[in-house]
Design a protein around this ligand. Structure first.
Ligand code: SF4
Length: 147
């Protein structure tokens, strides 16, 4: 079996993730293999800005400090499975919530949503008040008693 990424990638059916897993676990190379958890976590936090796992792997390799390469794969997978899960990330338990770009975007969207709801309530109230006032004026013109 080849012991380089390029060698592994030249084998049929082997992609970047498999090659990096073999490099890391079989040959002990300092490589962060990127699976779906690592891809999601890195792009949510903002460590990377990539649409594909391969691109995430490339950016991680360029940006990660040497000390993080050895165990980065394990940390990120565990974090993605336990805290930053795909459907319901546990942001209230997250130790890096203050750094997370995804959470900042969510909070801004929540604020905008709340502002829209407030506006709707405000306009509805105003519409109701003005409607009631108009109703009163018409009644006065027609000399009808207020109900
Ligand atoms: S704040 Fe939430 S989305 Fe961001 S990294 Fe933490 S768990 Fe994931």
């Amino acid at each position: 079996m080849p012991n380089t990424r390029e060698g592994l990638l030249s084998m049929p059916g082997i992609g970047r993730k498999c090659a990096d897993i073999v490099m890391s676990f079989t040959f002990g190379a300092d490589v962060i293999a990127v699976d779906t958890h690592v891809h999601r976590v890195c792009n949510r936090i903002g460590l990377t800005d990539a649409k594909s796992a391969d691109k995430t792997a490339q950016q991680l390799e360029e940006r990660s400090p040497d000390w993080a390469l050895r165990d980065g794969h394990f940390w990120l997978i565990q974090f993605g499975k336990r805290i930053c899960t795909a459907r319901s990330p546990k942001c209230d338990l997250c130790p890096v919530a203050d750094l997370c770009l995804w959470l900042k975007v969510q909070q801004k969207q929540d604020q905008a949503h709340e502002q829209r709801n407030q506006n709707v309530r405000h306009f509805q109230l105003r519409h109701d008040q003005e409607g009631a006032q108009l109703d009163g004026e018409k009644r006065h013109q027609l000399c009808l008693p207020r109900l």
